[in-house]
Design a protein around this ligand. Sequence first.
Ligand SMILES: Nc1ncnc2c1ncn2[C@@H]1O[C@H](COP(=O)(O)OP(=O)(O)OP(=O)(O)O)[C@@H](O)[C@H]1O
Ligand SMILES: [Mg+2]
Length: 246
Amino acid sequence: MYNPDRCKTGIGELDSLLNGGIPRGNSVLISGSCGTGKTTLSLEFLIHGVENGEKGLYISATEISSKVMKNMVPFQFFREEYFDSGKIKIMDIPNIYSKLNLKKLEFEQEDIDRLVNYIGEIVKNDGIKRIAVDSLTSICYRLRTEEKIRDFIIKFEEIVSKMGGTALMISELLPNAKGYSQYGVEEAVADGIILLGNLKRRGDLLRTLQIIKMRGTSHSRAEYVMDITPLGIMLSPLLKGWTVNQ
Ligand SMILES: Nc1ncnc2c1ncn2[C@@H]1O[C@H](COP(=O)(O)OP(=O)(O)OP(=O)(O)O)[C@@H](O)[C@H]1O
Ligand SMILES: [Mg+2]
């Protein structure tokens, strides 16, 4: 059933752990080390959005978008036509920087404003309701200071909440990282945090998912096993007695 207040991720079990989905207007950090499934989760979220009549925007900063798309082809949830028809707009961050003439290694305040305004215009003009920034961490490299990172994220979140949309902001972690983001600011200003991790068990490496925070709803805080299957991401309860090793 359609709930105007909740954005269903479309990912098995995650919506029920969130009591119906991500509260609309939220910008959520998807934190995890390499290969934990951040990109797959983001694209499944965007594709499911189109199936609910919501247009998407995927901002790719760590991989060339054509390569990202190619990697998604084997998944049954993947719909190339959504990208071809523009229902999901896909943009590479180097192209955005070059279009806006953002050449400095460290952005100034006016560069941040130009970048945010550019994203805001696209979102407004195209009626976009779901955004994935993959990754926020790589944009933060150009912001460098905590003040600028905070400023960028808060302005980005304002765009998302004003349009009644929902955003996933990918946060890249080093293995065994203590927090949920590289600079620490990201996790403080994000409306929610979903942590993807790895768990060693008898020589195997299981994927895990845990909702750390989600403003505007009660939610499960338990750790779940996350499988990347040909159908997409699947969650199942984690049995006790396993040791975590991010
Ligand atoms: N078709 C597939 N079916 C099942 N699992 C897959 C498939 N394709 C990739 N994977 C698994 O998913 C992993 C990559 O997932 P994904 O790219 O979403 O992770 P990521 O967290 O975004 O990684 P990175 O940190 O490199 O950006 C691969 O390492 C592989 O284990
Ligand atoms: Mg990725």
